[in-house]
Design a protein around this ligand. Sequence first.
Ligand code: ADP
Ligand code: ADP
Length: 225
Amino acid sequence: MSISLRNVRKDYDQQTKVLEKVSAEVQTGEFFVIVGPSGCGKSTLLRMIAGLTPITDGEVRINDRVVNELPPKARKLTMVFQNYALYPFLSVWDNVAFGLKARKLSQSDVQNRVNNALKMVNLTDFKNRKPRELSGGQRQRVALARAVASDADICLMDEPLSNLDAQLRIRMRQEIYNLQRKLGLTLIYVTHDQVEAMTMADHIMVLNDQHVQQIGTPAEIYQHP
Ligand code: ADP
Ligand code: ADP
């Protein structure tokens, strides 16, 4: 599914004007990275795409339909947060199943999706553990499994690796990249890490001072003569 941002503006209030005239086209199956300094509005932009925060002006379209008019289900969208948002009292398996159970899926469909997702992120052997019994990387993979199991076409990731140490970040970067390619996800990935942006992105949007400073391929953005 493609995503289109058209002159998007966001003011939280008169004093807090966060984004202005943000426009971009994200193609189906693309790995699209948003970079910019802390506080520049990256999370806000993701939340507007997800329909979690009202848009002050302009519009967000998913497959050429205005996002506010789409029922949440039709957005086929999932989100991965920086802190993973896992339920501490549920097992890995139940954490991945939780969102699916709220939907009208058959029990066997839920089981298949959860088991496949856990297999994909190599967590099958950990399915009965609680989040506190996992390493940081494993927790991150539970969050990824949840996104995989949702069968969404669009995945929004908000600094998903920023709580991991440097070595693990590199490994998880590769895992996310592989998943995105394998599933053909349209992925919008927020980071303030230029190396992540450079190594993963098809296109990068640089946000700065409320505006889109630049959109281009990693080569266009980072390789100046
Ligand atoms: P980033 O993700 O780039 O760090 P955010 O989108 O989180 O930036 O925040 C952008 C600006 O909007 C910041 O100045 C922040 O304080 C402000 N902000 C974020 N959420 C809210 C909110 N719910 N109410 C008011 N201001 C907010
Ligand atoms: P079985 O095939 O043993 O009858 P089920 O059909 O209930 O089991 O589920 C298929 C597989 O899904 C199980 O082998 C197990 O790996 C997994 N599974 C199902 N529910 C859970 C759960 N609540 N916690 C962990 N794993 C589960």
